[in-house]
Design a protein around this ligand. Structure first.
Ligand code: ZN
Length: 183
């Protein structure tokens, strides 16, 4: 399962991708909030025996979207709701793609409707350890895992960022042309 760093970067990539599809940039505050939000499913580690169950399900994604819709303003409601849902769902995707050495392996995607555990077995991201952080073996394991996450996610982020900058610059040019034409 990826580290919080991997999950935060994954969320930024997803939010930037949604910006591209919607052709509307998110604010820096919203991007940071989404990055933090994508790390929250693993707070279930605080409750032993419940890891990767309820908080790693589509039910949790829907709940996050409902809460986001309830706490945001009318105008930005859908934009913020969509990005929060996508950022949270990116955590589920990265966990599904990652290695998991602790049975039951994977995530309970359809909780509470199904108790099945889902995992891709592609082991794209290494297993990270969230306990005994300061022992040399765990430090090495986590550093290697984060390096692999950066090697995969940073190039994806750079590509999406470049495309996003180009697309949004083109959009603002189009808008200013439209303003001039209207005057
Ligand atoms: Zn997780």
């Amino acid at each position: 399962m990826p580290s919080p760093i991997g999950h935060a970067l994954g969320a930024v990539a997803v939010v930037w991708a949604v910006d591209l599809v919607e052709r509307r940039p998110s604010s820096d505050r919203l991007i940071i909030a989404c990055a933090l939000l994508a790390t929250t499913p693993d707070l279930d580690l605080l409750w032993p025996g419940s890891h990767r169950a309820a908080t790693h399900s589509v039910t949790a994604v829907l709940l996050v979207m409902m809460i986001a819709a309830a706490v945001t303003g009318q105008v930005s409601r859908w934009r913020t709701t969509l990005r929060c849902g996508a950022a949270y769902a990116s955590h589920l995707l990265l966990d599904w793609l990652g290695a998991d050495s602790f049975p039951p392996r994977g995530i309970q995607l359809l909780w509470p409707f199904s108790g099945a555990w889902y995992i891709s077995d592609w082991d794209l991201f290494r297993q990270t350890a969230r306990q005994h952080f300061l022992t040399p073996a765990i430090i090495r394991q986590n550093v290697l895992a984060v390096c692999q996450e950066l090697a995969i996610l940073v190039p994806i982020l750079v590509v999406i960022w470049l495309v996003r900058v180009k697309a949004l610059t083109g959009l603002s040019t189009e808008l200013s042309r439209g303003d001039h034409a209207a005057q």
